[in-house]
Design a protein around this ligand. Sequence first.
Ligand code: F6R
Length: 606
Amino acid sequence: MCGIVGYIGNKDTKNILLDGLKKLEYRGYDSSGIAILDSEINIVKEKGKIVNLENKLKLENIQGNIGIGHTRWATHGEPNEINSHPHFSSDKKIAVVHNGIIENYLELKEKLQNKGYKFISDTDTEVVAHLYHSYYTDDMLDALCKVLRDIKGSYALCIMCSEHKDKFIVARKDSPLIIGIGSDENFVASDIPAILEHTKEYYFLDDMEMAIITKDNINIFDRDKNLIKKEVFKVDFDISLAQKNGYDYFMLKEIFEQPLCIKKCINAKILDNDIFFEKFSITNEQIKDINNIHIVACGSAYHAGMVGKHIIEKMCRIPVNLDIASEFRYKNPILNKNDICIIISQSGETADTLAALKLAREKGIKIISIVNVVGSSIARESNDVLYTLAGPEIAVATTKGYSTQLAMLYMIALKFGYIRCNINESTYKDYIKELQSMEKYIKNCLSLEDRIKTIANKYYNIENAFIIGRGLDYSASLEASLKLKEISYIHSEAYAAGELKHGSIALIEDNTVVFGILTQDDLLEKAVSNLKEVKARGARLVIIAKEGYESLRDIADDIVFIPNIKEEFMASLSVIPMQLLSYYVAINRGCDVDMPRNLAKSVTVE
Ligand code: F6R
């Protein structure tokens, strides 16, 4: 959600900014712009895709050795050229890009208007440009410090002044920002892919930190302007992981990366048939004493949490409260001593999830987070982090991120269950063995690609779909439904199969397509009855079933069989055909699979 890029050095600033912005396209945006400082600051911005900005820039001769760029996902004001970033101060001597939300912008705007400042956009960001101008004398850091004292909300800010041709200045709170370390050049960006072609070394800026960046120097300061020393991070993945490598879309590439990602995620924690969470601050005694676990997340990560709840309750007999982060933070949750909180987030930057984490931590609850992006805000704010090691996930719709979250939740359930003596050693080892075969089983599901393509060709023009299942299959249905709707724009609803009769079955008519997920022995009979109920009302049935449920062929219009593994892990397999199906349906409908409309990869606003 919004992307920031900044460059200072001797190379072609315009191209570096444009290229960086393209690498951040996955975050979601609806307009873009750049500012380059030469004898004065030149700003070019445009509504829509970056290619529009690129075309506009071809008509302008803009050059310089320092510049900032931005992709905007509209929050305050429609996505048009005026509201796009960068924003100027009225004298055009200051240019600002911003990711986040200035919550008290109206109050600040009024004060600035009273002082004579004229606003031209509807954005909250323009306040920062004028406010900065109101404080600026000649000291860029001092002015920024004063701005940060006034503004409330979340921000990653990057600011240029025409009087300082050798530096720009940045700050952050609750929105990601990294500083890429080059030689004779330096960078800033919202995320690693934007700088990866130029450098693998970078600093993370923490909340309330600021930095002055020149071509040869990066000076980082705390909120009181004290110079601080920061750890240098090194990108631990290859650039090819952030490229399509011959696939048409990142999403398909990421779907096919899942066997390897799962293997990596599991192997990092399993040694000699045992699960280890190294450097865990929670002791075995504390694990034995846990009263309640709170799982908090958004979207697909929440769906992973639902599977986690099921399995943790089964393996550990610990009650698990599962909450959507945006609900959790406002419901005054009941958090007691001996509770722990599991926070799940691929990006590690989701604003609501981060706020929920902070709330739980303030109440003294230990936080274990399951995060993909190394060093992200959620990872850094947690007591213990379990990295899923899926590598960069570029497609907006998560696939490998979700799958590795499931794997990590299985390992937590198994380890905690074993420590608490709820499962014995042979069961524990048995499940670990099955987990180690997960790579093979997922490959097996991926080999169904051609069969799924045929099904996608048959059903791609439907406008509504229902996806039903019971127990763990219901959790899988929720994720399957989200995948389908977010990338193909087909209206899709997931239901607990037994719940249909309580109202929603009224929507079933001739030819309505119902997807059924059936992988749980003890629920099979009941789920089959539910499928027959919709079939009797004219529905066409597409079934994802585990091998062995051959009799389902009799009621299915189309059926796909997936490997029969331990039932607790079946959600990891049933999701794969649904990811592929969603992908091919979306392709058939001509959708932009990697960047679905209105969506952003990293949801850094509430
Ligand atoms: C859907 C999807 C989203 C995310 C959600 C949370 O495909 O990707 O629903 O799961 O926005 O994001 P993270 O996991 O980054 O906190």
